[in-house]
Design a protein around this ligand. Structure first.
Ligand code: SAM
Ligand code: SF4
Length: 341
């Protein structure tokens, strides 16, 4: 962790966040809690230990840190977790951050498992959220329960429908899992096309011990893509949403299909993002342990110290992740739910 010595120039207005490799940081993901009401096999262990509530930043602290990022040129923020909507105050946080929309912030989004979306969709729209990613790895109730270990598919589908009715644009995130949901991919694509949702497929990443062997579950997306291309015409589209996904237009279905391929296709050169945990640690890369304690800086020295910490963070951001699925241990001991997927 970086030390807290002030940098030269502390107290003067700060510029954009540019890391040591010349990449401009414009995207912040905030894990508002590490807790979740599901236990997806690729994400968490069945008996997960979560942080005690008092270890979390307060909602006001998260908002203050978000403000500091926006003042330094971050124009997109995504709330995630864990499951963001299980934290009391998550919608208040969205509302507070949403006040910056049109004043430096271009977009506020959310990644959710959808279990609580039915209750909160309208409030999220009122807060300024227009797009949400909902994770859905199968539309078969049994399989969905198996993958999430506890989930009720009907509840998630209700959440998705309520979100859409409230005016949210929905993108479905699906982790491709060998032997678990391979044959759900094409039906999911057709369903998403019919419902007007985008679909993004994700390769499973070696983060945190889940109590299961990931090597068996790793499904390279180039193989999935080749399979789909036997039936569909996938036309690459240049659209970027501030994330690592590469998009295609599926001509026969008039649908958008994205691929996130950290393992088969390293996307680090264009990285524009950093991740804030619920405890206030800023991780500079999903695949490294380097982190900066922003909450500590804020509590000790207020906004000036926070800005100093952001400057130090830029110097600490690594060039690339080093994920390898074959390794016998997770590449990073932290779970995705801690760093914010
Ligand atoms: N609970 C919310 C959800 O599931 O959408 C937000 C947090 S979850 C950690 C964010 C995304 O990370 C989800 O789309 C999930 O499928 C994905 N994810 C979790 N663990 C992963 C892993 N080991 N490899 C790849 N994606 C993962
Ligand atoms: Fe929870 Fe999301 Fe992880 Fe599934 S992927 S266990 S829903 S945090």
């Amino acid at each position: 962790m970086a030390d807290a010595a002030p940098l030269p120039g502390a107290g003067t207005p700060r510029g954009s966040l540019i890391d040591g490799f010349g990449r401009r940081i414009t995207y912040l993901r905030i894990s508002v809690t590490d807790r979740c009401d599901l236990r997806c096999r690729y994400c968490m262990a069945e008996e997960m230990r979560f942080l005690p509530p008092k270890a979390l930043m307060t909602i006001d602290e998260i908002a203050e840190i978000a403000d500091a990022f926006i003042a330094r040129g971050v124009n997109r923020i995504r709330l995630t977790g864990g499951e963001p909507l299980v934290r009391r105050g998550a919608v208040d946080l969205a509302r507070t951050i949403g006040r910056n929309l049109g004043h430096g912030l271009d977009e506020l989004t959310l990644t959710t498992n959808g279990t609580r979306l039915a209750d909160q969709a309208h409030a999220l729209v009122d807060a300024g959220v227009r797009r949400v990613n909902v994770s859905l790895d199968s539309r078969d109730p049994e399989r969905f329960r198996h993958i999430t270990r506890t989930g009720d598919l009907a509840r998630v589908l209700d959440g998705i429908a309520a979100g859409r009715d409230a005016g949210l644009r929905i993108k479905i995130n699906m982790v491709a899992l060998k032997g678990l949901n391979e044959d759900d991919i094409e039906p999911m694509l057709r369903w998403c096309a019919a419902e007007g949702h985008g679909l993004t497929l994700i390769e499973t990443m070696p983060l945190g011990d889940t109590g299961e062997d990931r090597t068996d579950r790793y499904l390279p997306l180039d193989a999935v893509r080749q399979q789909l291309e036997r039936r569909y015409t996938l036309v690459p589209i240049p659209e970027r949403t501030g994330g690592p996904a590469r998009y295609t237009h599926v001509a026969e279905l008039d649908a958008k299909l994205g691929f996130i391929t950290p393992l088969t296709n390293n996307f680090c050169a264009g990285c524009n993002r950093v991740r804030l945990t619920a405890e206030g640690h800023l991780y500079l890369c999903l695949g490294h342990e380097d982190r900066i304690d922003l909450r500590g800086a804020l509590r000790e020295g207020g906004r000036a110290a926070l800005d100093d910490a952001l400057d130090r963070a830029m110097l600490a951001k690594p060039e690339a992740h080093a994920f390898r699925i074959e390794a016998d241990r997770p590449a990073v001991a932290r779970h995705m739910s801690v760093t914010g997927g």
